[in-house]
Design a protein around this ligand. Structure first.
Ligand code: AMP
Ligand code: MG
Length: 327
């Protein structure tokens, strides 16, 4: 069975083509970026409208398939930016109506966890999900993917992007902060904010802005200290989630999981507690169609269907709103 899937929760319009034999036949994307400033929802949606046909065409070419070979159409139904989710949902419904293929809507956060399990053979990992808008520590328990810890304000990626903007850098800022951080040498004390299992970045951002304005610290040292601090917060909460759930696998997901310093800190924590740490290729960390396709397939096989009339977006659905019937 072959699934063509659409990802459009935020800046990325992605098409994945995946088989139920765990083969990713295509994973193509086009992402909205800016030179200065962050994501403007209407502009990101416009970006998706402009590129969707060429991304679909390229994915079918990569997979060496035509629409006749596709058995299922999946799309990211939740959570995300309403403007951009809507474009993906319209494309998905249109394809389903025109081709007569079944349709399935999926939760994007859960898709990160399931593609990770598929690619690594991790059995029951705790997911440290760090993307632009989301920062959650997720693990399976009692029929649902539960959130054991999360950000109390913005996502880690948005925090990095906002600080990058303060430095005059465009979107996405995470890689640019990482590059500056690699040249930082002196650790500058910053607030360390872990509340129970949750984290918060707003106060750290304010503190960083003040330090930047004071002119006393180099950009490199601030980026270095920022990474060391916020990554340590997340590693601490992830470790406690693993201990609490008695799980010995950690999986990283989301765009910020591309950061090699975060990867190294997670690997070290895991090796110290005899646990496994799974890091995916970057194309599966950032938002991508393949993750949507794989979750669509396993949900469909468990009997879940999405009628055309129900294929409406749900920007605020939470990870633990979803009943997991496929495990
Ligand atoms: P996602 O929403 O999962 O596609 O992730 C997007 C976020 O990942 C953006 O906030 C980026 O700044 C961030 N990001 C991408 N690459 C890196 C990196 N190497 N280090 C830190 N953050 C990154
Ligand atoms: Mg994501």
């Amino acid at each position: 069975m072959i699934c063509l899937a659409i990802e459009s929760t935020a800046h990325t319009f992605g098409i994945g083509i995946v088989t139920d034999k765990k083969k990713v036949l295509a994973n193509v994307k086009d992402s909205y970026t800016t030179k200065t400033g962050g994501i403007i929802p209407a502009k990101a949606a416009e970006h998706h409208v402009e590129c969707f046909d060429s991304v679909i065409k390229k994915a079918l070419e990569d997979a060496k398939l035509s629409f006749n070979d596709i058995d299922l159409i999946a799309f990211s139904q939740s959570p995300g930016i309403g403007h951009t989710l809507r474009i993906g949902a319209i494309v998905a419904r249109t394809l389903a109506v025109l081709t007569g293929k079944p349709l399935i809507g999926v939760n994007h956060c859960i898709a990160h966890l399931e593609i990770g399990r598929m690619l690594t053979n991790a059995k029951d990992p705790v997911l440290l999900y760090v993307s632009g808008a989301n920062t959650q520590i997720i693990a399976y328990d009692g029929g649902k993917y539960r959130i054991f810890g999360e950000t109390l304000d913005g996502g880690l990626g948005n925090f990095l992007d906002t600080f990058a903007r303060e430095l005059g850098l465009g979107f996405p800022g995470g890689p640019k902060v990482a590059e500056l951080a690699s040249r930082g040498r002196n650790y500058v004390e910053l607030p360390y904010v872990v509340k129970g299992m949750d984290t918060s970045f707003g106060g750290i951002l304010t503190n960083l802005k003040q330090k930047l304005k004071s002119g006393k610290y180099s950009k490199e040292d601030l980026c270095y200290s920022l990474q060391e601090t916020v990554f340590a917060m997340l590693v601490e909460a992830s470790e406690r989630a693993m201990a609490h759930c008695e799980k010995d696998e950690l999986l990283l997901g989301g765009g910020v999981a591309c950061n090699t310093r975060l990867q190294d800190m997670c690997k070290k924590m895991c090796s110290e507690r005899d646990a496994k740490c799974y890091v995916l290729e970057n194309q599966f960390n950032v938002d991508n169609g393949a993750q949507i396709g794989w979750l669509g397939l396993i949900m469909f096989k468990s009997g879940i269907r999405t009628e055309i009339k129900d294929a409406i977006i749900d920007p605020y659905e939470r990870t633990d709103d979803v009943e997991v019937t496929w495990r």
